[in-house]
Design a protein around this ligand. Structure first.
Ligand SMILES: NC(=O)c1ccc[n+]([C@@H]2O[C@H](COP(=O)([O-])OP(=O)(O)OC[C@H]3O[C@@H](n4cnc5c(N)ncnc54)[C@H](OP(=O)(O)O)[C@@H]3O)[C@@H](O)[C@H]2O)c1
Length: 235
């Protein structure tokens, strides 16, 4: 990937940071974008040569500004996306709606801001998830949002060819995301669940990153969703 320009929306920690490290390792120029300056600075210290930018996927103008600063782009990975745990009759509907909008319309906003910079054969990779195929109680909004985003990749692959659009659907992956969801114990909350998977453990961020890098590099793949879930869909 020497000389290629990769942009990661949500690149300061978790899977996005793992993608940044892997792409830098393959010689790409990498711009990691997220909301929190301090986390971006820490990422820059951890990954040699990483470029950073502050933006929020929920704010169209800030995403447009990111791409206005670039002359060309080869690959975009969108990691930004959050969830809200709780049943469909709990909490405010607005809070759930926000999680759906952020993942689906946020991804489309990035495409609209970036598509003219991406060369034919370049790629966008969206964030799907295990909840598309294995809906879980209390995670219903993730279930519809990740499924919608996986489908967004398929329809855009047709609409905007020869640009390529794919998604990666992680299973339970050990990242800081779980510290936001379960502040007391983080990803340990999932020990019992992941023991039952075919590969009885959590996925690592590096393992998901390997799938993202494959989708960037293999120009024959478009409209695809790669599952990296330790076999969680099959149990
Ligand atoms: N971890 C899992 O088990 C799992 C499973 C299925 C799907 N996923 C999906 O995979 C993606 C990556 O997950 P992860 O576990 O790596 O998440 P993470 O550890 O929480 O990292 C999220 C990254 O995105 C940034 N971000 C969050 N909201 C943003 C926004 N509105 N605008 C711009 N940047 C934003 C964060 O930085 P700031 O907070 O500073 O902005 C951070 O860099 C997410 O979409 C997640 O839903 C994860």
């Amino acid at each position: 990937m020497t000389g290629q320009q990769v942009v990661i929306i949500g690149g300061s920690e978790g899977i996005g940071l793992a993608v940044a490290k892997a792409a830098r390792g393959l010689g790409a120029r990498v711009l990691a974008v997220a909301r929190t300056e301090a986390k971006l600075q820490a990422a820059r210290e951890a990954v040699s040569g990483l470029e950073i930018g502050v933006a929020d996927i929920n704010e169209t103008a800030s995403i447009e500004k990111v791409f206005a600063g670039l002359s060309s782009v080869d690959h975009v990975y969108i990691a930004a996306g959050s969830t809200k745990i709780g049943g469909p009759l709990e909490h405010s509907l607005e809070d759930f709606r926000h999680r759906f909008d952020e993942r689906l319309w946020g991804s489309l906003d990035v495409v609209r801001a970036a598509h003219h910079l991406v060369r034919p054969g370049g790629s966008f990779t969206f964030s799907g998830g295990l909840a598309s195929d294995r809906p879980a109680k209390g995670a219903w909004v993730s279930g519809i949002a990740t499924m919608a985003t996986e489908q967004l990749a398929r329809v855009l692959a047709i609409e905007l060819a020869p640009l390529r659009f794919n998604s990666v659907a992680p299973g339970y992956t050990d990242t800081p995301m779980w510290n936001h969801i379960f502040p007391e114990i983080g990803s340990q909350a999932l020990d019992e669940v992941t023991k039952k998977h075919l590969v009885p453990r959590m996925v690592t961020a590096d393992e998901v990153a390997q799938a993202v890098l494959l989708l960037m590099q293999n120009e024959a793949i478009t409209g695809e969703t790669i599952h990296v879930d330790c076999g969680a869909r099959l149990v």
